[in-house]
Design a binder for this molecule. Structure first.
Ligand SMILES: [Zn+2]
Length: 105
């Protein structure tokens, strides 16, 4: 189990490293206590993925731990899934955010 989690975390760490854009002001609003799929406590997790939470053609979305995210939404991108990193008191958006030309600034 531990190894599976390490592999999943590495997958998303690579995505964060490869991400070219930054969204310094974007973060997840609201509390996330547990993964919506496996109920793993999220407070000690490094990453959270907001994305499809089931393997159907019209999946519901949820807040996923890396293990579930690797299974259901391994691809991070705008409209696909967003990757957030645990920043202690918030979840900071680190990959898959809105493209810059879609900004209203
Ligand atoms: Zn999970």
């Amino acid at each position: 189990m531990k190894r599976k989690h390490d592999e999943a975390e590495e997958h998303f760490a690579n995505i964060e490293r490869a991400e070219q854009s930054k969204w310094p002001n974007d973060q997840w609003h609201g509390e996330i206590d547990n993964c919506d799929v496996c109920s793993r406590p999220m407070h000690s997790e490094r990453y959270m993925v907001d994305g499809p939470a089931e393997g159907t053609s019209d999946p519901r979305w949820g807040n996923l731990c890396v293990v579930c995210a690797l299974k259901y939404s391994p691809t991070i991108g705008w409209g696909k899934a967003q990757l957030y990193r645990n920043a202690g008191d918030k979840w900071a958006l680190v990959a898959g955010g809105p493209p810059r030309n879609a900004s209203v600034e």
